[in-house]
Design a protein around this ligand. Structure first.
Ligand code: SF4
Ligand code: SF4
Length: 450
């Protein structure tokens, strides 16, 4: 990077430090491998619910021919996102099927054909206003690509009571192993910057901050160079180097570190004038605007100690994990399979589940390197879980209240703000399953409300 660029106002320092957090080893072994496109499987299995909110109802029937990009399901509910076909072929069945979190969702099974044609009705989209942008985000089925799958159009919807002045692009990717956003920066930089210009123009925000951890110098250099080329007179696009510190990519933590603003319990970033979008999501949205092709495939990191050659793959949404793994060489037998990162992902009991929009990684660990195999001991009251919690919670106390079904005290200590980041469990010398207790505690508190 030239001296000029280092001194430019494009590079921002964090507004403040995050509380708590931990320093897991990064293990980003796939970072420098280009994304590989996989051959298509014989069938794909596309769930009609791949997001937080109402499931979609099918818009196709068994026997219909569909194209790449054809809408398969939609919903009138305000919180939902349509799903589209990732292949061309024939709808064989619409049937309930287990998904990533163990939940059951109606799933469209498509027998893949040989010609793989894009839907002839797809066309570039005109986006002039914020309303056009929100419609585009909804129509392309965009949801949070690394988390729980919150529909993006809701975050972008203009609200006069909560105007957005800052758009934060989340490129932190703070979980170990995962490099799908990093590869998006390296391979889709122009598309991302074009997308940021679209967001800037339509949302009329005062600034765009791209938050990225300082352990990704090549991606930072690339983003800064492109931002230089695309900069407007007010220098509204900035790149913020974040310390490599988990969980900087968590939405609430990122907003606080990037702007110094704290989001209250149960509130969205819009409550403090911010919208947060994942960097790969920006590329998906702009690709849709340029071509009309909705979200039908995604970049997935395949890594872990059982994998011989860690790398990213372009995977059609709905490809079974077992079909994906048929293209992966292993160096040892996998003992544990995690969808997502080792901190927030979920262990799977089967590979007979489809890759969905939110699947950013599939990690395979052998028995020898399964760190969760440590046996848990009693709490020694060291307080390390409290020190690690970015939300200032007391996990050890919450564990106790969960075990006694004490809804009142669970509310009093604010269990609802737990984002299940796993920092407490990571820091616990007694290997207590604190995240599982947090989930249980949240469920007890939620049921107590109904
Ligand atoms: S870190 Fe583990 S051992 Fe220490 S107080 Fe928390 S739960 Fe107890
Ligand atoms: S999982 Fe919940 S309690 Fe544990 S550190 Fe993260 S936010 Fe805090």
């Amino acid at each position: 990077m030239s001296k000029d660029k280092n001194q430019s106002p494009i590079l921002l320092k964090p507004a403040c430090r995050a509380r708590g957090g931990v320093h897991p080893v990064h293990n980003k072994f796939s970072a420098e491998q280009e994304t590989v496109k996989l051959p298509l499987p014989e069938r794909v299995y596309i769930p009609l619910r791949q997001h937080i909110g109402a499931p979609c109802l099918p818009t196709v029937s068994v026997g219909d021919h569909v194209y790449v990009g054809t809408k398969l399901g939609d919903s009138d509910a305000p919180v939902s996102a349509p799903v589209h076909s990732s292949v061309s072929g024939v709808v064989e069945a619409i049937t309930p099927m287990a998904g990533v979190g163990g939940g059951i969702a109606d799933t469209v099974v498509i027998l893949v054909d040989e010609c793989q044609q894009d839907d002839p009705n797809l066309h570039p989209i005109t986006v002039e206003t914020a309303d056009d942008l929100v419609k585009a985000a909804r129509d392309c089925g965009l949801v949070g690509l690394g988390g729980a799958g919150f529909p993006t159009h809701i975050k972008l919807k203009p609200n006069q009571d909560q105007p957005i002045d800052t758009l934060i692009i989340n490129a932190a990717e703070c979980e170990p192993y995962i490099t799908s956003d990093y590869r998006a920066c390296m391979e889709d930089g122009e598309l991302i910057m074009q997308g940021i210009q679209t967001l800037l123009r339509t949302l009329q925000v005062k600034q765009v901050i791209i938050g990225i951890e300082n352990n990704k110098p090549k991606a930072i250099e690339k983003l800064v160079a492109i931002a230089h080329e695309q900069q407007d007179e007010q220098n509204r696009i900035r790149v913020m180097k974040l310390p490599s510190h988990y969980p900087h990519g968590a939405e609430k933590v990122l907003v606080q570190v990037a702007t110094g603003r704290r989001i209250a319990m149960g509130a969205l970033p819009a409550s403090v004038g911010c919208a947060v979008m994942n960097i790969s999501g920006v590329a998906v949205l702009q690709h849709y605007i340029n071509t009309g092709m909705p979200l039908t495939r995604r970049r997935v990191t395949v890594d872990g100690w059982a994998v011989k050659r860690p790398q990213n793959f372009w995977v059609p949404v709905g490809m079974l994990v077992q079909d994906l793994l048929a293209h992966v060489s292993l160096k040892s037998a996998p003992h544990k399979i995690i969808m997502g990162g080792p901190m927030m992902g979920s262990a799977q009991y089967t590979t007979n589940i489809p890759v969905v929009k939110q699947t950013n990684a599939v990690l395979l660990f052998d028995q020898e390197n399964d760190l969760s195999a440590f046996s848990q001991g009693p709490c020694i009251r060291c307080g390390k879980c409290v020190a690690a919690c970015p939300m200032s919670l007391m996990p050890t106390l919450i564990e106790r209240f969960a075990k006694t079904n004490d809804i009142e005290n669970l509310r009093r200590v604010g269990v609802g703000v737990c984002m299940e980041c796993g920092s407490c469990a990571f820091n616990c010398p007694a290997h207590r399953p604190l995240v599982q207790y947090m989930r249980l505690a949240k469920e007890i508190e939620r049921k107590g409300r109904t």
